[in-house]
Design a binder for this molecule. Structure first.
Ligand SMILES: NCc1[nH]cc(CCC(=O)O)c1CC(=O)O
Length: 322
């Protein structure tokens, strides 16, 4: 039997490898690999192709800031367009609104835990931190949501991958940090957090916890892609990303969005905050999905709630970057 394995482009970072490895197994089983298949048999259905991106090579942070997120995607997208790989696995929350011509966001598999996790040696919950405690985060959304409930906190810039941020916490560079629980779960560190933010009190980043499979547009109807799609995830994240599109423009905004599907009823909570957390504008809405264009209805709900938040928040929710 001649069957070409699906080739998955994989960056070398721990989280990327964990995410790609997870999807390698999912795709292999979707294509018929037995549940007890070993690594070699899995690889005959789906294999990981290592790709080093400029972002992985460049260590200079100033260059990274100039190049932005594109530094991590350029080589992957070239490999997709050249036919060296068939798909790439991303964190949906890091995906731009628009992809290069010929490439599509082809599937969103089952979402992991979308919540933000609270990690600290001095408190069980964000609310319990001592007055003036240092919260380490590089996320404008996490900063604003934390300051909204605890304006006394001292937000300190804490960058880097999950391991780096945990090491900085350990070294005492902050009293507490917030991380996506999904990333921790995928790294086998899901037991670390002390507690979680309630997603209705502090909605996560749009798409947080979901993976996005990028592929060539011509492959979008392939059975292996159909097999890994998750309908409730696709609908929830379509709504959340709709809110993000409506709010983004060219400026940085602290945006949280949380979509939930209950039968055919989709509920979406959207909020935007001023960077200091003092102003918080939120709208919640729902739609009864009719079944003929659920993702389209979800996107429309997100766009309209996002536009409502933007209209009400105005300039106050736009962060003027230093
Ligand atoms: N911004 C970094 C980033 N991008 C994706 C994840 C993992 C979370 C996910 O799967 O959405 C993380 C780590 C974090 O936010 O703590």
């Amino acid at each position: 039997m001649s069957r070409q394995p699906i080739r998955i482009g994989a960056r070398g970072s721990k989280l990327s490898l964990a995410q790609s490895g997870h999807m390698q197994a999912r795709i292999a089983h979707a294509l018929g690999a037995p549940l007890d298949a070993g690594p070699e048999e899995i690889a005959s259905y789906a294999q990981l192709i290592p790709i080093v991106t400029s972002g992985d090579r460049i260590q200079d942070r100033r260059l990274m800031e100039i190049g932005g997120k594109g530094l991590f995607t350029k080589e992957i997208e070239e490999a997709l367009l050249d036919g060296r790989i068939d798909c790439a696995v991303h964190s949906l929350k890091d995906m731009p609104a628009e992809l290069p011509p010929g490439l599509v966001l082809a599937a969103t598999p089952e979402r992991e835990d979308p919540r933000d996790a609270f990690i600290s040696k001095v408190a069980q919950r964000l609310e319990d931190l001592p007055h003036g405690a240092r919260l380490g985060t590089a996320s404008l959304r996490r900063q604003a949501q934390a300051l909204h409930v605890r304006p006394d906190l001292d937000v300190v810039m804490l960058r880097g991958n999950v391991d780096t941020r945990l090491a900085k916490l350990e070294r005492g560079e902050a009293d507490a940090i917030l991380l996506a629980q999904s990333g921790l779960n995928r790294l086998g560190m899901g037991h670390i957090p002390q507690s979680w933010l309630d997603p209705l009190a502090a909605p996560p980043a749009p798409g947080q916890g979901a993976l996005a499979i990028e592929s060539r547009a011509e492959d979008v109807d392939a059975p292996w892609l159909a097999a890994i799609r998750c309908r409730p995830t696709t609908i929830a994240v379509a709504a959340e990303r709709g809110a993000l599109y409506a709010l983004e423009g060219s400026c940085r905004t602290a945006v949280g969005a949380y979509g939930r599907l209950d039968g055919s009823r989709l509920t979406l909570l959207v909020e935007a905050l001023s960077p200091d957390g003092a102003l918080r504008v939120r709208h919640e809405g729902e739609v009864a999905l009719t079944g003929d264009d659920d993702a389209g209805q979800a996107l429309a709900l997100g766009l309209s709630l996002g536009a409502a938040v933007k209209a009400e928040g105005g300039d106050a929710i736009i962060a003027l970057t230093e």
